[in-house]
Design a protein around this ligand. Structure first.
Ligand SMILES: Nc1ncnc2c1ncn2[C@@H]1O[C@H](COP(=O)(O)OP(=O)(O)OP(=O)(O)O)[C@@H](O)[C@H]1O
Ligand SMILES: [Mg+2]
Length: 340
């Protein structure tokens, strides 16, 4: 029997979360002005996506492109500058009112650094009990049974339940974080680089565990990672971000086999594979990513793009549908031919 009760509304394909035209600006201290002053940094720029029950949307892109900010906006942990987030058709606001707390129960986050999330002064079992105590789910004995069952489910042996976080390995700590995130039986899990602090063999165990739990619970997942091989393996859909915008989105098997956007082409060319052999050319992007405080005109990728034309300096391309369910934001997308 599954640990999780089945939920009628967790049917495969049910649209759990809709993010529409999300924008997030941050006020930052302006550089190079004697008087100080402030400038506006655009971290997330007109981002829209859906997450379905039982499915995983991957979010990839280089450091600073806005992945974590998108994750935090999705859960209402950071308020949007503009745009809408609907969970089961209900607005998720940045306001910490009773409705937000109830929604948050169904939406949990797993971060990269388990030590930063866990309470150093509490043994493992108490950390997993805590969310149940806060929501006063069942009596004390039932809550304890549930916490013990969840710790077993994530593969932590009983001998470890009374240890403190610093007495565990990185992989064991990430299992505690998963148990704590899943104990309230959320329907959406946002994973922000959940495996990047773990060594390779532990990474594989945590990924398998995540996939098993997703299968059992029909969890919708937003999965952020720099590891494109893992993203290709576990995601149903992948969105590629560049400087706050989604520049390409599609099924991983299509997107990785024939990337359409020049930025995705560079990202994919950097994935090491055995099959590619010695003649494989890695596409090296020239220059640093532009400053998000002072975005380039037109397409933000044009200063580094090998295909850029004069029009790319003027016009901002919208995300457009290509055949086969792919979306791409590139003015040259008309000239792109996708391998079938
Ligand atoms: N609270 C904040 N105040 C000011 N700027 C911020 C804040 N949070 C994020 N930023 C800026 O927003 C941009 C996007 O940051 P974000 O953390 O979302 O990137 P990321 O894609 O998660 O990067 P990484 O892969 O390194 O984790 C960056 O330029 C970052 O410096
Ligand atoms: Mg991040």
């Amino acid at each position: 029997m599954s640990f999780f009760p089945t939920q009628a509304d967790a049917k495969e394909g049910h649209r759990l979360l809709q993010a529409r035209s999300l924008v997030r600006h941050f006020k930052v201290r302006a550089q190079r002005t004697l008087l100080g002053g402030s400038a506006t940094l655009t971290a997330v720029n007109d981002v829209s996506f859906d997450i379905h029950a039982g499915q995983t949307l991957g979010l990839v892109g280089e450091s600073g492109c806005g992945k974590s900010t998108t994750a935090r906006l999705t859960l209402g942990l950071t308020p949007v500058t503009s745009g809408d987030i609907l969970f089961d058709g209900m607005a998720v606001t940045g306001r910490r009112n009773a409705q937000w707390r109830e929604l948050r129960r169904h939406m949990q986050m797993v971060y990269q650094d388990p030590l930063g999330v866990l309470d150093k002064r509490l043994p493992v079992l108490n950390q997993v009990l805590e969310p149940l105590d806060i929501f006063a789910a069942g009596d004390r004995r039932e809550r304890r049974e549930q916490a013990c069952a969840m710790l077993s489910r994530v593969g932590l042996s009983q001998a470890l339940w009374h240890r403190y976080p610093h007495e565990l390995s990185g992989g064991q700590r990430q299992r505690v974080v998963l148990a704590r995130a899943l104990i309230l039986r959320p329907r959406l899990l946002v994973c922000d680089e959940p495996i990047s602090a773990l060594d390779v063999s532990i990474q594989a165990q945590v990924i398998n565990l995540l996939q098993d739990l997703q299968q059992e619970h029909r969890l919708g997942m937003l999965f952020i990672s720099h590891d494109l091989k893992v993203v290709r393996q576990i995601c149903d859909e992948v969105a590629v971000m560049y400087l706050g915008r989604i520049v390409e989105q599609g099924k991983p098997q299509d997107l990785f086999a024939s990337p359409a956007h020049p930025y995705t082409q560079a990202l994919v060319s950097a994935i090491p594979t055995v099959q590619r052999g010695r003649n494989h050319q890695r596409i090296l992007l020239e220059g640093d990513p532009p400053n998000p405080i002072n975005l380039p005109s037109g397409c933000a990728f044009h200063p580094r793009c090998p295909m850029a034309t004069a029009a790319c300096r003027e016009l901002t391309p919208a995300l457009q549908d290509l055949p086969g369910g792919r979306k791409v934001a590139c003015l040259n997308s008309g000239t792109i031919s996708l391998k079938s």
